[in-house]
Design a protein around this ligand. Sequence first.
Ligand code: NAD
Length: 475
Amino acid sequence: MADNKFDVIIIGAGPAGYTCAIRAAQLGLKVACVDAFKGKDGKQALGGTCLNVGCIPSKALLDSSKQFWGLAHNLPAHGIIVENPKVDMQTFIGRKDKIVKQFTGGVGTLFKSNKVTPFFGTGKLLKGNQVEIAGEDGSKQTLQAANVIIATGSVPIELPFAKFDGKRIIDNAGALDLADVPKRLGVIGAGVIGLELGSVWKRMGADVTILEALPDFLGAADTEIAKAAAREFKKQGLEIHLGAKVSNAQVRKNAVEVTYSDKDGEHEITVDKLLVAVGRRAYTQGVLGNDTGVKTDQRGRIEVDEHCWTGVDGVWAIGDCVRGPMLAHKGEEEGVMVAELIAGKAGHVNYDVIPWVIYTEPEIAWAGKTEKQCQDEGIPYKTGKFPFAANGRAVAINEAAGFVKVVAHAETDRILGVHMCGPVVSELIAEAVVAMEFKGSSEDLARIVHAHPTLSEVVHEAALSVDKRALNKAN
Ligand code: NAD
């Protein structure tokens, strides 16, 4: 095959794109992957938003800040007193950068070992399954493939009155790279990014005010879980204003004046940094050449069917640039599915059981339907709940806030949803996902042996509680 001819070309090397590239190469296909992302060193950095300025760096800072917060808020309960702890910001941010470099470099190594050819530049789909790559230096080259997969991801939504300037008004990437702890951090949007990055800087000592336009907190989560989480965040000192519509953000010399209104009228707050985290939009601008036949919807997302096929022969799209939740793991599974379909196998993604995780303290995680969804869809259901406060391991580690709720079908007992708020529930949710994938019942979970003493016993007890036979609390 000529050097510019491939079986598969993937535009975008984020979790969706690079996973797709590796799976396609495993299946014996000749694969190219095009990406324009530059790291701090100015060189190509594979891994997209997730590895460079999203999931991985935020988890690094969430952990560092949790350790710092714990010195004053957790260790004293263990009888350990640390006086006057200090933060070395260079190490704090440097550790995160090192982790990012390790993982973005890791994608390069995986490409090498799987014989995926990376191209550095901006890819554009042309008619006839050609991909034009524009380099920073103005160079252009064209590749050809039987299959092209668009995996261009998403970018932060900008508010017209609060445009990102990278200094005072920042996005997620900016909030992961602050040189100092801001005294006052304003956040627009109490979604996943607002809560996670708001938590990081709160724990490091900033006064954090989060302004959320909607009247309900975490509307997509189970109502009781959202309430329990809100209580904990309040205790931590995160100030969250609901029903707060921001109308203006004025950058002054050393601060930002933010105007918002709620049911009590108009208010103004002054902050040192303003993080705008009001969602992300599909990044598809400039990726489609003329007459490719690929369609986008009103939100700029590439239109695809349930198999991520665009309707144009050999053209697919996966990850944040198509419908569905903007979650790395959803994009990864779509990447695997498409690679397998191209190789003539039976690729499939079960969109009904995609776990959600918010990495706050306590963490929040869920999969499947909420009670509200069951009510709206007229599905008869029953629930079982169990608190971490009644679990020996959770109390021993001094992280006993939150609970697990199992929602099961009232007649068949099939698990419809599992909702969690508590310590390390990002890991505990996996058991629920497995049970739901195997179409398990709450009784299945209830009859499985769970190690003692572990946090997973809370899942076990919540499942027992569906049938009012929890063993370590009154039913
Ligand atoms: P989000 O959709 O999670 O939250 C945005 C919030 O901003 C919403 O609550 C919305 O009501 C609010 N909002 C919108 N416009 C507003 C306005 N003008 N004023 C005040 N509030 C406003 O979006 P995000 O937090 O920016 O995250 C972007 C995407 O990245 C999401 O799809 C998210 O799933 C994904 N992400 C996931 C994780 C994770 O899985 N842990 C982490 C980070 C990001």
